[in-house]
Structure formats: structure tokens, C-alpha cells
Design a protein around this ligand. Structure first.
Ligand code: DOR
Ligand code: ZN
Length: 352
């Protein structure tokens, strides 16, 4: 349903979804949700709250808080995820999926990232859970980084694929797995060469910046996220994958707001708040790669098909016109610095 005017100044396409989003809770949720609701019909809501979303009852209550925080008239729909721990009960998790509370479950290796202290210490600990998920068709979403302090932070994704994910896929051949926010050439190859049960999300920031940008003229804490940005060759591999038309790659922003003060600090938090400009940023990449005709599939079709969910019916329209990004965004919780702060982007979302 992509319709392009001759010079492609306007692009209308099926309403997209965000397959990886941190909406937070309370005052931060209230301050950030409108940015996602403006662009996306649905979003996979990450469960790494403090305390994490472990049970179906917690997920239902969190879902209600998200729905209540939406702007008036919004039909934005959160898809809830369970945070896996060493103690996750397979029967409880399966019941939550079968009742339609959970869309998926998230594997955070313990201490890999923000609020992952309750995560899984060793993947063998959740084998009974994975066996059950495989049987009922419940997708496993993976933060793919090892936490071994001996492994260099820039290598943690590649080592995870080799040491952990290859084993999980081999042991559970029918398990649906999404490797979230992939950052490396090795991950692209792993997904491309893997079975059809394995897919990946790609963020705007990993498509647009490499690790050198994090140090451009000084330390840039607002580009710091996990997995951390990588070398240029990895960024180029991600751009090739995302714009290739391969259905294993789809949109997942990993938008992760933190108070500005928590990032501009001696020990800054990981996370890029890209929700205000997500579609504009992705579309810029597809435009630069001369792949506008493949944008709709990446943004609005591949993810839903992988999850086995219906495609959205409405449309959104983007126009090629300058869009200024504010330096800071005030939320009831704190000031937050958006991705691309102070930049002028080349596309604008004009109608949802
Ligand atoms: O940069 C990140 N921020 N990576 C994650 O995995 C978590 C996220 C967050 O929740 O802040
Ligand atoms: Zn994330």
C-alpha cells in the first residue's frame, strides 16, 4: 500500500508498530507515551521496571496504567512482556500467554543492562520455561549480551550469539526468538543464516551512528545505550539488513528515556530516547539507502507477521520537510533529552 508521488515528497503507508519499547511507569510514562502513540499502533512494552513485570497480574496492572496514560482518543495498544528470572514458573507463564496477557517473554542476562539485576544467571536455569514456550508458540525476546566481565563490552553481543543463542536455537528448534536491538555484522549474519524462527529488531540509533560518534568533540552521553554503538562496518551491515526487504529484520526503537541528569552524570545511564523522532529517523535511513519502497514492510509488516498478529489497517503519512528536534523535552518526571536533539531532520510525520 505504499503510495509515492513522482518525486517522493509524501509517503503514505500502513500504520507501523514498535516491536521494542521502554514506556517506563508513573510520571515518566505520562510524559513519554504520547510520542509513541502518535506514530505506532502497537508496541511491545518492555518489562524492566523496578520491580520487574514478572507475573500476569503485574502485566495486567501495568497495561492498565499504560492505557490510562494515553492521550485522549488514542487507540495505541501495548503488547505486554514477561521478565524472565531463574524462578519463572513455566505453567504461570504459559497461562499468561494463553490468556492473551503476555505477547512474549524477555530474557535479560542478569546485570546486562538497566534493571536487569533479577534477570537470568545462566540460560540452563530457564530450560523448562523455554521448552514450554516452544511448545505453545510464545516468542522469546533476547537482550543478547554476555555479562562476563572478562569479555570486552564491544564484543559482548558477538560472544552471546556464539555461546548462548546458538545453543538455545539448537536445543529448541521451533522456539520463536527475536534478538533485540542487534548491533553487529556478526548478528546480521547469524540472523540471515539462522532458521526462519529467528528474527531481529534494529534501532534508529544503531543505523545512524557508530561508536566514534559517541566521542565526537567530547563524551556524548545521549548516544550511550546497551548494546553500545559499534564500529562503522557494523553500522553499514545493519543498514544493509534493515533495508534489504528480508522479513527477519523489523522495527524496534529501544526508545529508553532517562532523566537528563541521570545521563549527564559521572556514571550515566544507558538508553536513547528516540520515540519523538523514530519514524523520521528510520525513514531518513531508508531514503539515504534508496529503499523507500521497502520501508513499509520493515516498519509495518515483518514484525506483525513474525508474531503472528494481524497487520494494522490505518495509514500514516510522512512528508519530506524540515523538522526541528527540541533540545530537551519536559516530562512530569524530569527533563529528557531526545535523540537528535537540536538537529533538523528531513522528514515529518504529518498524519496518523
Ligand atoms: O540502552 C539501553 N537502555 N539498553 C537496554 O537494554 C535497556 C534500556 C533501558 O531500559 O534504559
Ligand atoms: Zn530495550
Amino acid at each position: 500500500m505504499v503510495s509515492c508521488e513522482p518525486m517522493t515528497t509524501t509517503l503514505t503507508f500502513r500504520r507501523p508498530d514498535d516491536w521494542h519499547l521502554h514506556l517506563r511507569d508513573g510520571a515518566m510514562l505520562a510524559g513519554v507515551i504520547a510520542h509513541s502513540a502518535r506514530q505506532f499502533a502497537r508496541a511491545i512494552a518492555m518489562p524492566n521496571l523496578d520491580p520487574p513485570i514478572v507475573t500476569a497480574a503485574q502485566a495486567l496492572a501495568y497495561r492498565e496504567r499504560i492505557l490510562a496514560a494515553r492521550p485522549a482518543g488514542s487507540d495505541f495498544a501495548p503488547l505486554m512482556t514477561a521478565y524472565l528470572t531463574d524462578g519463572t514458573d513455566p505453567a504461570d507463564l504459559a497461562a499468561g500467554f494463553e490468556r492473551g496477557v503476555f505477547a512474549a517473554a524477555k530474557l535479560y542476562p542478569a546485570h546486562a543492562t538497566t534493571n536487569s539485576a533479577h534477570g537470568v544467571t545462566e540460560v540452563g536455569a530457564i530450560y523448562p520455561v523455554l521448552e514450554r514456550m516452544e511448545r505453545i508458540g510464545m516468542p522469546l525476546l533476547v537482550h543478547g549480551e554476555v555479562t562476563d566481565p572478562a569479555v570486552d563490552v564491544f564484543d559482548r553481543e558477538a560472544v552471546f550469539l556464539e555461546r548462548v543463542l546458538a545453543r538455545v536455537i539448537g536445543d529448541f528448534p521451533a522456539l520463536k526468538v527475536v534478538s533485540e536491538h542487534i548491533t553487529t555484522e556478526e548478528a546480521v549474519r547469524f540472523i540471515e543464516e539462522g532458521p526462519a524462527t529467528v528474527a531481529a529488531t534494529v534501532t534508529p540509533h544503531h543505523l545512524q551512528f557508530n561508536r566514534t560518534a559517541m566521542f565526537q568533540g567530547g563524551l556524548r552521553p545521549h548516544l550511550y545505550c546497551l548494546p553500545v554503538l559499534k564500529r562503522e562496518r557494523h553500522r553499514l551491515a545493519l543498514r544493509r539488513a534493515a533495508t534489504s526487504g528480508n522479513p527477519k529484520f523489523f522495527l524496534g526503537t529501544d526508545s529508553a528515556p532517562h532523566p537528563a541528569a541521570a545521563k549527564e552524570a559521572a556514571c550515566g545511564c544507558a538508553g536513547v530516547f528516540n520515540a519523538p523522532v523514530a519514524l523520521e529517523s528510520y525513514l531518513t535511513v531508508f531514503d539515504e539507502e534508496d529503499a523507500l519502497d521497502r520501508f513499509e514492510a520493515f516498519a509495518s509488516e515483518h514484525g506483525a507477521r513474525f508474531y503472528g498478529l494481524p497487520l494494522n489497517t490505518g495509514t500514516v503519512t510522512m512528508r519530506r520537510e524540515p523538522t526541528e528536534v527540541p533540545a530537551r523535552i519536559q516530562t512530569p518526571a524530569a527533563e529528557v533529552v531526545p535523540y537528535q536533539a537540536d538537529a533538523t531532520l528531513g522528514w515529518r510525520l504529518v498524519a496518523g
